[in-house]
Design a protein around this ligand. Sequence first.
Ligand code: ADE
Ligand code: ZN
Length: 351
Amino acid sequence: LEISPFIASLPKVELHIHIEGTLTPALRWKLAHRNNIPLPYATYEELVDSYNVTYNHRREVNGDNGAPTFLEAYFAGCQVLCTEDDFYELAMAYLEKAREMNVRYVEPFFDTQAHTRRGVPAETVLNGYLRAQRDGAERFGVPSNWIFCFLRDEPLEDGLKAYRAALPWARTKDGRGKGLFHAVGLASNEYNRPPGLFEEAFLLSKEDGLHLTMHCDVDQKDAAEHMHEAIFDICAGTGTDRIDHGLNALDRMDLIQGLKSRGIGLTLCPHAYHRRQATEVLFPKIRRLWDEGVKFCINSDDPTYMHNVWIDGNMMKVHEYCQFTKRDMAKLVQNAVEMSWADEDIKKEIL
Ligand code: ADE
Ligand code: ZN
């Protein structure tokens, strides 16, 4: 689908994008050489090929066609990120791209554990992103508030350690943090890792004054149970503030009702699901969520690992395949603004 002038010029807000999922083969190639990191690919073309990943996080579900799973490719990509400048360049490249797509405000996810477990100090990662947050707002006019992710397939204790290390870079309620991130999320492989395992971490971040979101990815094992926990049980029953993906709410009326009554919005990434679901199956589901009155917005997830479909391409798809009108498209942006954790002055400027 070609991006229409209407979608291109629509002011946009992105709430679900993993910064490490914006690493292009070109930047990866450059950083690998700069940092003397050997790539397991003989040529640049082979590197580009390695971005053709399978959808499910588990190899046995994908069948053995030799392609890496998404997470294998994503964490392999991370290996070239070593210095503060690397993280800065990655983030600035994304924020510049955001400006080009008329994205006015973003809340990117970042993983520190993906880097500290390779021996990169947390402060290297955090200082790189912090500098990009400031320069991206100044140079490209794209303000951002970032989201620290717990890797759910790592032990809770590792997540807590990573969180404590990152906390000086947060915007905590005492106002003393550096202001990079203002929320925590839950990402990586969800298989047998329900959100409740991270209750202690969520309670801690809530006490620190941070917002909370978590991935409930589409058609994962126990998807509906994980969603039920996220909506009703997490944080001593107060629930999560947002859910990333969450399309499986359609499986159960109690989930739809819970989302609505608690005002929990979904950050949907249609192209990510479209890789696996036929057009005539997927888009009627998104349309049904809309007709049920569930609040959601449209995002891109990991665009360079998902055929380079960015937020504009994702919005194009729902515009086309859900029969959303121009007015509906503007409402989707308004949803994103309302679901966002931007300061009021930024929200006013976008709408
Ligand atoms: N971390 C980064 N991208 C992710 C995705 N698409 N699903 C789960 N965890 C992720
Ligand atoms: Zn995601």
